[in-house]
Structures are given as C-alpha cells and as structure tokens.
Design a protein around this ligand. Structure first.
Ligand SMILES: [Zn+2]
Length: 116
C-alpha cells in the first residue's frame, strides 16, 4: 500500500514539475522565434498569452511594421497612405542597396529609425 502511494505521489510530482522545466531552459539561453538568433533575455519581447515565445527587438520592430501595413490596408486613411509611401521608398532604398553605402547608408539608417 505504501508503495502504491509513493508511486501516486511521484506521478503527481512529475505533473507538477513539468511546467517548471521550460522556465529553466528559457533562463539559460533564449533564441528569437523569428530569426533564430540567440539573445539575452533582456533583448527579447515575450508574447502575453504565450511567454515561451520570445522575439528579438529587431524582429519585433519588423513585425510591428508588417502589422501597421496590414492594418493600413484594411483601414484606409490619409496617415495610412503616407505610411504606405514611406514603405515604398524604404523598399526601393533596400532593393537598390543604398542603405549599405558608407555615409549615405548611415544617414538613411538613421532616418529609418525615426520613421513609422
Ligand atoms: Zn529576431
């Protein structure tokens, strides 16, 4: 009888301890679920209902821009058209590789940090 109780307790302990395991893994080394690069926890943004999902700050910015573009497509407005124009210019600059050209690239990247 005591053996059966010990087995039950051990089984319950496994069930209770299983959710703790991912927390330990997350603390030791976490990667971005978008680009796959390893980042310290301070440089990841976690999803509210799924904290196991972490996205790096660069990918979070990229996702934010995609979400805004999709929202603007579904809710047309003058501000949305302006953001669409900015996106078209940004895409052209990246396609032509101007963002990687010395001083011009530095200025373009600086401007991009302040654009929606
Ligand atoms: Zn990333």
């Amino acid at each position: 009888m005591l053996g059966w109780w010990l087995q039950c307790i051990e089984a319950q302990l496994e069930v209770v301890l299983m959710p703790v395991q991912p927390e330990q893994e997350r603390a030791s080394g976490a990667g971005c679920w978008c680009c796959g690069t390893e980042y310290p926890e301070a440089e990841l943004v976690r999803l509210g209902r799924h904290p196991e999902v972490g996205v790096c700050l660069q990918c979070a910015r990229w996702l934010q821009r995609r979400a805004v573009r999709r929202y603007d497509g579904q809710h047309p407005s003058p501000a949305g058209r302006l953001r669409g124009g900015i996106h078209a210019v940004r895409s052209a600059v990246i396609r032509k590789g101007w963002h990687q050209r010395g001083m011009l690239g530095s200025v373009l990247r600086l401007i991009d940090r302040h654009l929606p």
